[in-house]
Design a protein around this ligand. Sequence first.
Ligand SMILES: Cc1cc2nc3c(=O)[nH]c(=O)nc-3n(C[C@H](O)[C@H](O)[C@H](O)COP(=O)(O)OP(=O)(O)OC[C@H]3O[C@@H](n4cnc5c(N)ncnc54)[C@H](O)[C@@H]3O)c2cc1C
Length: 460
Amino acid sequence: MERVVTIVGGGLAGSEAAWQAAQRGLQVRLYEMRPKKTTGAHRTGYLAELVCSNSLGTTLVDRAGGLLKEEIRRMGSLLLALAQECAVPAGSALAVDRECFARKVTEALESHPNIEIIREEVTDIPQGLTIIASGPLTSPRLSQALARFTGRDHLYFYDAIAPIVVYDSINMDVCFRGSRYGRGTQEEGDYINCPMNEEQYYAFVDALVHAERIELHDFEKELEQGVRAGKHPFFEGCLPIEVMAARGRDALRFGPLRPTGLIDPRTGKQPFAVVQLRQDNLAATLYNMVGFQTNLKFSEQKRVFRMIPGLENAEFARYGQMHRNTYIFAPAVLEPSLQSKKRPDLLFAGQIVGVEGYVGNIATGLLAGWNAARIAHGLPPLVLPRETMLGALTYYITHASEADFQPMKANFGLLPPLEQPIRDKRARHQAYAQRALQVLETFLARVAEEEARFKNATLS
Ligand SMILES: Cc1cc2nc3c(=O)[nH]c(=O)nc-3n(C[C@H](O)[C@H](O)[C@H](O)COP(=O)(O)OP(=O)(O)OC[C@H]3O[C@@H](n4cnc5c(N)ncnc54)[C@H](O)[C@@H]3O)c2cc1C
């Protein structure tokens, strides 16, 4: 195969991918449409511009985001190293001077002998070895080409993310298991149900309607009217739950909180309203709040959703969000190596694969760039072990349930359970992190050996 790769999008993922591929000997053609054409959120012509917060999140290795950072540091991430050079004081978080960061990334790529930066919009999927990293605000013309490639049902333009609760934090003395009218695949019922009486329901609705919301961008105003988001018909015209609640005090109990077909075994009666939680991962450590897509501020979600009986101490693995976001239905379209199932020389990276968060986007860029180089050299692409945070994320997006696939960020609930369960949360997270880094070290050593053997063989 020709040792050239075309990368579409010079954001976080595309820039990291370009560096990784170039360092491994590929000629990189990196297409970035800015500053000629903008996205509505970016402000400059720099590569790797941070569109919003200047924080890349925690550096503590026993937190999910910190573990992911440590993994990509060990894998040789350029963007993480440059972020550290531009760090500003932010406690245990890695926050950066955004101008310094984006400038350094741009200079590093501009001065790399194997990288050519082309300031043009790409309107069709290029032929040959390619990485698409055009981000959540992919230009409309490229989006159309992607929809033709993946099939219209497999490309989305909005996130409608409901919060995810950690199972261990749900009070099962209050909640009960069950499926509506007893229809379900598991004997005890597929859902965890949080029952509400009349007083609890109206107090909750009042709090929801008055809670503080995240301000929408101009390109997101249609969210207030309902948008198509996700695969399941449930998401057709889906609205933020607080908007639905504001349309009438009873709207929710005739909508996502309807209690019909659900009997609380403790009272033998149908509750006034029910919040349903649906299992979100195979290990059953995470539960999704059904119908709770929302634009409330994260602190308000914590305050208001903890009013729900059984969720008084809920720990949120992810908060709800609704925003403009172009992403593919990765379970049908991608392999865990980030290659397209249909076209193995086409890879995807960044937010478009359904991974959330700056560091997650950098991480998938790193993997896609490295894999592009391996494909060009005739080596099998890497699939990271599931015990690592990056391996767990790529596994999740490529194996998630068809019904309600939504973008995901790093969290410990994605990792396979420990052999010996640990009750204490801090100790459990430390054990997850320790296992992840040990598994990664062994994996990287094996890959280094394989690549060294390959280098020697091609030189001799
Ligand atoms: C408004 C907004 C705010 C966000 N805030 C945060 C936050 O605070 N924290 C966080 O962790 N995550 C945030 N995200 C989510 C996400 O992590 C970031 O958007 C991140 O930058 C995504 O990385 P990426 O490389 O996938 O895409 P981007 O960094 O957006 O890079 C994609 C690049 O592709 C270019 N491009 C698009 N189409 C074409 C085309 N056809 N041809 C050529 N170039 C093209 C774009 O100009 C852009 O430079 C936010 C997203 C949005 C939309």
